[in-house]
Design a binder for this molecule. Structure first.
Ligand code: ADP
Ligand code: ZN
Length: 817
């Protein structure tokens, strides 16, 4: 009898691929083990065994496998179940899910590039002959493809040898040039050793008698060193002595003080991890009890707690309970909210039970987390991670927390699997009969809708911890300010006034300016009106080369307007302004204050993000100008004022969620103000102070926002009332993209009629020489989602049967928002 296995290859194949194995191999193998297999003309892949059977494939002759790479399965049954759900729901191959889930070190293939890890010394005598040959080759060449190793060793079966060298740390995989997790550097200061003795200090103080401020700093430091008997942070010194950072810098420059850094490494945890959890306030305790009560009946609860209401402490209690009964917890966060602030907070409670799974981690660290989870080790009982940590091999999951559940970065756009981590989390929890807690100060409409339908339980927490007041939000009418000449650059007199006061009181300021969309929106500089699409309730974007206004959802277009539809003035303009310009203007307005900027440009570099956050935390920066990134659950204690430079930029973004997102962003940014006992202040500059969203933000009226937006979604047939699937066509030939998209749309329209929108070119219709064109399929609640997908798959198959269309790349994105 012949024996076969079906394997999952890490590539977009619709079906599992079948290989021939010997009887002994078939007895040894079980699903989830890795095997090295040949594929195509000369490729080698690491594949996962999916099933073992005796049925030869009908369409091709099965090749034999190269070899078996594991003794036991490296994935779990539940994990595979979850992958299968993702692959079917998000219409991608199981291999693509596997590729996203597994560390690269698990998936060596012929194209993988290896290089020598110089940090690890090796005793050549300890290497086996073949290992030596590889290491030797890498002395002449900085890197090798695995396919080249095949020819060096003159044998096909090289993966175990390489696996072994990778395990020993002798080799690096090319893809592994990750940044290491950011060490936190804290700035400390001490008296320069020249002045350490009593006499010398005396002399110094005399010398400084003409500089009383500097003298004061030296004296304060001296007292602090004597009484505290521990290193003194620069921030502590500025606070105690009341000196500016400028004075301290002068003293350092004069070699009176000496500055040094201590690395506070928050990943390598070395504390005890037994900090007592904080006692919950009454409001928190009530919320906790409600969550518990919901979990008795439902599998998902939504915790809607205003900013700074203390949601994290509630999570901590829920996690503790799971840890006590020996279950695993997954704590999901949007990528950039995964800060050391939070990690260290959790490590204080749970010590080295906490594992962090992060894209910035190196391959080896990921493999370690993976292995710990497979063996249900205590070391990975509480996993904190971004999106992809969902795909890890959980064995005993009890709870998933999805923090900031409204965040758009939970959705993966490219490459496949294009999954939404919140939704996939709920499915994963259900596989384990575990619970999911969604948390947010500004829940997504979908989640709040699900809660209002009774699908999820709902818990509301409306007070801030310690009864700190919600910030006082004031709207500043830009049209009025411009008219009355009360503007300096982009700053109104109110903004300048509040900033001046805040700085005088010694507090910090955050200024928020979002990056503009890719394609410019037209805005009237007199009244702030933006032309809207009559069908879609989104702003039209301006296309310069055709002098046209277009809707990117339905394709509606009109010639560029000569005058504003709102006020009739011919003051329509496309000009925008970004964070950089704001930063420049602040420097002119407050020349003696320290300004920093946080956006994609300044945080790109190594440690960029952490560095800026740290220096702001340490109060080395007075004013932080930034984009969206500022909104992510950061807890700064000394921020009293938050300024939103232009709310209209957000409101007019060409997307059906623009209003919802504007509310979320502004409420979240505002939430950074006044997190301690004094009340924070928020100024929102806008041309539309009467815009409902702004009224709702300023009165913290989430429910009004929800009701109004739901009404719009209902009227315009958008989620969560309708579901969406976006289909994108890509090809370098403009005509071919058009023909392909038209053909596809026509087939779809026969079935789904008016619920098919497009084909339409997106704002940027040519990317890396490929033209893009989109079709949007709207799915009413009553229409079966799975039948709709089946129909799309059928159309897709016929599409691929047309020779001319085959080269066109088709990307299907389910729930593309
Ligand atoms: P949220 O996540 O809801 O915005 P946080 O969990 O960050 O709020 O809490 C806000 C602040 O209040 C934090 O500084 C936190 O340390 C503090 N805090 C919250 N709950 C408690 C508690 N029970 N005891 C002491 N401090 C608390
Ligand atoms: Zn439209």
């Amino acid at each position: 009898m012949l024996h076969f296995i079906d394997v999952i290859l890490p590539i977009p194949l619709q079906k599992a691929f079948t290989y021939h194995v010997t009887e002994a191999e078939s007895e040894f193998l079980s699903p989830g083990m890795r095997v090295a297999v040949p594929f195509g003309k000369s490729k080698v892949y690491t594949a996962l065994v999916y099933s073992i059977h005796q049925n030869p494939p009908t369409a091709y002759d099965a090749k034999t496998i190269h070899q078996i790479l594991d003794d036991t399965s490296v994935i779990t049954e539940n994990q595979l179940k979850h992958w299968e759900w993702i692959s079917s729901y998000y219409m991608c191959s199981l291999g693509e899910v596997m590729r996203a889930a597994m560390p690269n070190a698990f998936l060596l293939e012929s194209e993988t590039i290896i290089s020598r890890n110089e940090k690890v010394a090796i005793e050549e005598s300890e290497l086996k002959d073949e290992e030596f040959l590889i290491v030797e080759a890498l002395q002449h060449q900085s890197s090798l493809k695995i396919s080249e190793v095949v020819s060096i060793l003159d044998k096909k079966r090289v993966l175990p040898i390489i696996n072994n060298l990778v395990k020993k740390g002798v080799l690096n995989l090319q893809e592994e040039l990750y940044e290491k997790y950011t060490p936190k550097l804290v700035r400390y200061v001490k008296l320069h050793h020249n002045h350490k003795s009593q006499e010398k200090l005396q002399a110094l103080l005399e010398e400084l008698s003409r500089a009383p401020k500097q003298r004061e700093v030296v004296l304060t430091l001296f007292t602090m060193e004597a009484s505290l008997k521990r290193p003194i942070k620069v921030s502590e010194l500025t606070e105690r002595s009341g000196a500016s950072s400028g004075i301290i810098k002068t003293l350092i420059d004069k070699a009176i003080l000496e500055e040094y850094h201590i690395q506070v490494d928050r990943v390598q945890f070395d504390g005890e991890g037994d900090s007592d959890a904080k006692r919950l306030s009454e409001a928190q305790q009530n919320a906790y009890n409600e969550v518990e009560a919901i979990f008795k009946e439902k599998s998902v609860a939504l915790l809607h707690g205003v900013t700074s209401s203390g949601k994290t402490e509630i999570y901590v209690q829920l996690i503790q309970k799971q840890v006590d009964i020996g279950k695993q917890v997954l704590y999901l966060l949007p990528e950039i909210a995964l800060t050391t602030q939070l990690v260290s907070r959790l490590q204080d409670y749970f010590g080295d039970k906490v594992a962090v799974f992060h894209s910035r981690y190196s391959g080896n660290e990921r493999v370690e987390v993976w292995q710990n989870m497979l063996t249900n080790s205590e070391k990975a009982q509480v996993v904190i991670g971004a999106r992809s940590s969902l795909l890890l091999p959980f064995t005993n999951l009890g709870l998933i927390i999805v923090d900031e559940e409204h965040e758009s970065s939970y959705k993966q756009f490219d490459p496949a699997p294009r999954y939404h981590a919140r939704d996939a989390a709920i499915v994963l929890a259900n596989i384990f009969k575990a619970k999911t807690l969604l948390g947010s100060a500004t829940p997504s409409l979908e989640s709040y809708f699900n809660a209002s339908q009774g699908k999820y339980g709902l818990v509301e927490l409306n007070t801030r911890y310690n009864n700190v007041l919600m910030p006082d939000i004031e709207l500043v009418d830009l049209a009025d300010k411009y008219k009355r000449k009360r503007m300096k650059g982009h700053f109104s007199d109110r903004m300048i006034q509040e900033m001046t006061e805040t700085l005088e009181e010694g507090f910090q300021i955050i200024l928020f300016q979002n990056r503009r969309g890719f394609s410019p929106i037209i805005e009237c500089t007199t009244c702030g009106t933006s032309p809207q699409c009559p069908n879609c309730d989104v702003s039209l974007t301006y296309h310069q080369y055709r002098d046209q206004l277009r809707c990117h959802y339905c394709g509606y277009n009109s010639v560029m307007l000569k005058s504003c539809q709102g006020c009739g003035n011919s003051t329509l303009d496309t000009k925008g302004f970004g964070t950089e310009q704001i930063e420049e203007e602040v420097k002119v307005l407050f020349p003696d204050k320290k300004v920093a900027r946080m956006d994609l440009d300044t945080t790109r570099g190594k440690y960029g993000f952490e560095k800026i956050i740290n220096s702001f935390e340490q109060r080395e920066v007075d004013i932080l100008v930034g984009t969206q990134m500022l909104t992510k659950g950061l807890d700064f204690r000394f921020v009293k004022l938050v300024g939103i430079m232009n709310a209209d930029n957000l409101l007019n973004f060409p997307d059906f969620r623009a209003h919802e997102r504007s509310y979320q962003l502004m409420a979240q940014v505002s939430g950074r103000a006044g997190r301690t006992d004094l009340r924070g202040k928020v100024l929102i500059q806008t041309y539309n102070p009467h815009h409902n969203i702004l009224q709702q933000v300023s009165t913290n009226a989430y429910k009004d926002m929800y009701a109004e937006q739901m009404n719009e979604r209902y009227n315009f047939k958008y989620p969560p009332i309708y579901r969406l699937i976006k289909i994108t066509f890509k090809h370098k030939d403009y005509n071919r993209v058009n023909l392909a998209a038209d053909w596809y749309a026509k087939s779809l329209k026969q079935l789904f009629k008016a619920n098919v929108l497009g084909p339409e070119f997106p704002p940027v219709s040519r990317i890396r020489n490929l033209y893009h064109k989109n079709i949007l399929v709207k799915i009413p609640q009553k229409q079966s989602l799975s039948k709709t997908k089946e129909a799309i798959t059928r159309i897709d198959n016929s599409f691929n049967a047309v020779k001319d269309f085959r080269p066109v790349r088709v990307v299907i994105n389910v729930d593309n928002y």
